[in-house]
Design a protein around this ligand. Structure first.
Ligand code: GSH
Length: 209
């Protein structure tokens, strides 16, 4: 089994955190996104979408999408549970995870991709020749600010993002908050609940993965 990874990138990071929580160690191959290694013929022969993380099983099966790969490992290594144990908790965790991804990760990515000169001609992940659009930087930053506010509101009522139990939704949210720093955006004094949660998640060994 082999995991194609990039140490600094947010989606591979959330998968590494997930694996670290479960104590799973697998061989990783670093693929350099800024230099375009993920767009090379060699990598696209493995994953034509050019995206990380990508997992290749021993039988040659290729799985991409961090949540799908996480689902695979949730099945093979059920403990500790990170994706729910029954119909209700599984649905609530998946709902929260999607909120973190669609409201948070996509907003930060929009601000980041359209402002970083490295990606001026690669504004869409996994492709070449897509021009950045300056107006999307502000839209992404506004979305990030809304995400911070809603994360804080969620965490006013619960210890973790999807209730009382640490889950994949916390991993996504945590990686989004750190990714936002690349755009100069951070949780502030107006987000005390998110700050309390962030300090707690930062102290988990998996935060170093
Ligand atoms: N929805 C995908 C997103 C994967 C993704 O966008 N990965 C980024 C790294 S964070 C990537 O591979 N970017 C390649 C590029 O920028 O060309 C997932 O959850 O795995």
């Amino acid at each position: 089994m082999k995991l194609y990874d990039m140490k600094q990138a947010p989606n591979p990071r959330r998968l590494r955190m997930f694996l670290a929580e479960k104590g799973i160690e697998i061989e990783t191959v670093q693929v350099d996104i800024p230099s375009g290694e993920n767009l090379s013929d060699e990598f696209k022969a493995i994953n034509p979408r050019g995206l990380l993380p990508t997992l290749v099983l021993d039988d040659g099966t290729v799985i991409d999408e961090s949540v799908a790969i996480s689902r695979y490992f949730e099945q093979t290594h059920p403990e500790p549970n990170l994706m729910g144990t029954d119909a209700k908790s599984m649905a609530l965790i998946e709902s929260a995870e999607r909120h973190m991804e669609f409201d948070g990760l996509l907003s930060v990515a929009e601000a980041f991709r359209n402002s970083n000169p490295v990606f001026a001609n690669r504004a869409t992940q996994g492709t070449d020749g897509v021009q950045a659009i300056e107006a999307l930087v502000e839209r992404g930053r506004n979305g990030t600010a809304r995400f911070f506010a809603s994360l804080d509101a969620t965490l006013a009522g619960s210890r973790y993002v999807a209730g009382d139990t640490f889950s994949i939704a916390d991993i996504t949210a945590f990686c989004v908050v750190d990714f936002a720093k690349w755009t100069g955006m951070r949780l502030g004094d107006e987000h005390p609940n998110a700050q309390r949660w962030y300090a707690e998640v930062s102290a988990r060994p998996s935060a170093q993965a």
